[in-house]
Design a protein around this ligand. Structure first.
Ligand code: AMP
Length: 545
């Protein structure tokens, strides 16, 4: 089979791929700026009715690569269901169904996730009500076939997602049984990070003259760039990032997010936690982008949060760190991103945050770039405190070397006559360090000043209300009413006292009367979401920094 390499794909839009406006507008709402390399190749092929084998991991945009054509090719008055997606796990089934639902938001498609562990009756009801796209794990799908609660006669498009994982989990026979039960003329797509022999055999037996797509294994390394990754689990990504920012010696860092919305949300969270940053993405007007860039270049801001498209072509001096808050979608994109640091022969550091499912993708980047990407552990609060201490010690040592202490020496001498000199020094250190930048989630962190940049501003909302930042959001299943209830439960504040509840993916902003803010924070901190304590703190005013 001839293999097409998926390489760099600058300046191709979703429209260019032949995607209909109803789906394009959904993609815009999802914050996608441009198709990922696998999408550029796979979407037109699948829209043209071809079978496709895509060698792609999680994080490459493979789900949308098949979901877009699957949805676009639905026929409104055809039999149901028309599309079947097989996934190895329940988590992936849910994730794929969610992505299908968002991409299909404007074409009125219905989808169902069918997996083991959920009561089968509920699934039967959903299937009976009529769905266009069924996403499921092989075992449970077979179960429905045996009960005749799922009909496959209308299937025109089948996707095997994460083929190698399904193989590893022993689903190969189940998959074959399902494939054999499908109509002859249907279209088939197989996505798999690797293509071991059993997957290859499956391809030969069940796909018709497939187009094979694979990322280009180009060696494009910048040897001066040190690469490391952090696996983030058991805490939110933003907290991990803040801890990393606290311990790293950063002169200037670019933080990459996958989507425009991701940039907005992360910038808001960083601002709220006392890390001034600039943000750029494709939806911002050019003058606005230019202003943000100017501030970043001038050194007024040390952090720039950006999408790939917005950061394209930027050449900025002195970037000490590139941080992949979301992992890149292709080796080329990864290489591109990390090339922003280590310019002009200087060393740079590229750090990548990954979720539990993304390490394969990362390993592929390491292979393609021929570089080592070492593992690092997300700093603990103690690490952050230690780093703050070290950094303060260095500053103090520098101040001791300098000759400009004159005015302070008199005061020090005066105090030393009254108190032991060591205690005088300790008290001065305490005052200085308490005023330093707050640790990511230290209590009351956001109330402290983080000194010196002149853009922090007073942390106040207009009027008599106080805006609060709460570190849970829709991704944790939190809804506006839950937040209002949590405030009330802790404080007896009536629901009406909580206003402007603004739930984002990973955090929420609310407003409460200023004199009740402390009580509301205490109430929220007693709240548990998925067993974990919630943090709340005063937010910085909108648009500051
Ligand atoms: P996947 O590789 O399908 O697991 O996708 C990884 C993540 O990338 C998902 O959160 C998708 O919503 C997102 N994604 C997919 N395509 C794009 C795109 N073209 N631009 C930005 N994000 C995308």
């Amino acid at each position: 089979m001839p293999t097409r390499e998926v390489g760099r794909t600058a300046d191709v839009s979703f429209e260019d791929l032949g995607i209909v406006p109803a789906i394009c507008s959904a993609l815009v709402e999802m914050g996608f700026e441009e198709p990922s390399p696998i999408q550029v190749q796979a979407v037109p092929a699948l829209l043209a009715g071809r079978d496709v084998v895509g060698q792609a991991q999680t994080g490459t945009g493979k789900t949308a690569a098949f979901a877009i054509p699957a949805l676009q090719r639905l026929s409104a008055d055809g039999p149901r269901p028309q599309v079947l997606v097989l996934t190895p796990t329940r988590e992936l089934a849910l994730q794929v169904a969610e992505e299908v639902s968002r991409i299909g938001a404007h074409i009125g498609a219905r989808e169902a996730a069918i997996y083991g562990g959920q009561p089968i009756e509920r699934q039967i009801r959903a299937l009976r009500a009529g769905v266009d796209v069924v996403v499921g794990t092989p075992g449970r799908l077979l179960d429905h076939l045996r009960r005749a609660t799922l009909r496959l006669s209308g299937i025109r498009f089948v996707v095997l997602d994460e083929g190698d994982e399904m193989l590893d989990m022993g689903f190969i026979d189940d998959i074959e049984t399902i494939l054999q039960a499908l109509p002859e003329g249907r279209q088939t797509a197989l996505f798999s990070a690797t293509v071991p022999p059993p997957i290859q055999r499956l391809t030969q037996r069940y796909l018709r003259d497939p187009i094979v797509l694979r990322a280009t294994p180009e060696h494009l390394v910048a040897p001066l760039i040190e690469q490391a990754y952090y696996e983030v689990r058991g805490m939110d990504r933003a907290t991990a990032l803040c801890r990393i920012l606290d311990v790293e010696d950063i002169s200037r860092a670019i933080v990459f997010c996958r989507t425009k919305r991701g940039v907005d949300e992360l910038a808001a969270v960083l601002q709220a936690r006392g890390y001034p940053c600039e943000a750029i993405h494709g939806d911002m007007a050019q003058p606005q982008r230019d202003r943000a860039m100017a501030r970043f270049r001038d050194g007024a801001g040390e952090l720039l949060v950006a999408t790939d498209v917005a950061a394209r072509g930027l050449d900025i001096e002195g970037v000490s760190h590139v941080i992949n808050y979301d992992i890149a979608q292709s080796p080329e994109q990864h290489v591109h991103r990390i090339g922003r640091t280590g310019r002009a022969g200087r060393a740079g550091i590229a750090l990548t945050l990954i979720g539990p499912r993304e390490w394969k993708q990362l390993r592929a980047f390491a292979e393609v770039t021929g570089a080592r990407i070492v593992r690092r552990i997300v700093p603990t609060e103690a690490d952050v405190a230690l780093a703050a201490r070290d950094s303060f010690r260095r500053q103090l040592a520098e101040a001791l070397q300098a000759d400009d202490l004159g005015a302070f020496v008199d005061l020090a001498q005066e105090l030393a006559e009254e108190y032991p000199a060591v205690r005088v020094a300790a008290a001065a250190i305490k005052i200085a360090m308490d005023g330093a930048r707050p640790a990511a989630e230290a209590a009351g962190a956001a109330e402290r000043d983080h000194g010196g940049d002149g853009r922090a501003g007073p942390r106040q909302s207009p009027g008599d209300s106080q805006r609060l930042f709460v570190n849970v959001g829709s991704r944790q299943g939190v809804q506006a009413a839950d937040v209002v209830r949590a405030v009330g439960a802790g404080t007896g504040l009536p629901p009406a006292a909580v206003s402007a509840v603004d739930v984002h993916e990973d955090f929420t902003f609310i407003e409460v009367p200023r004199d009740q803010a402390a009580a509301a924070i205490a109430g929220l901190r007693r709240w548990r979401v998925a067993g974990r304590p919630v943090n709340a703190e005063p937010a910085r005013p909108r648009g500051s920094g």
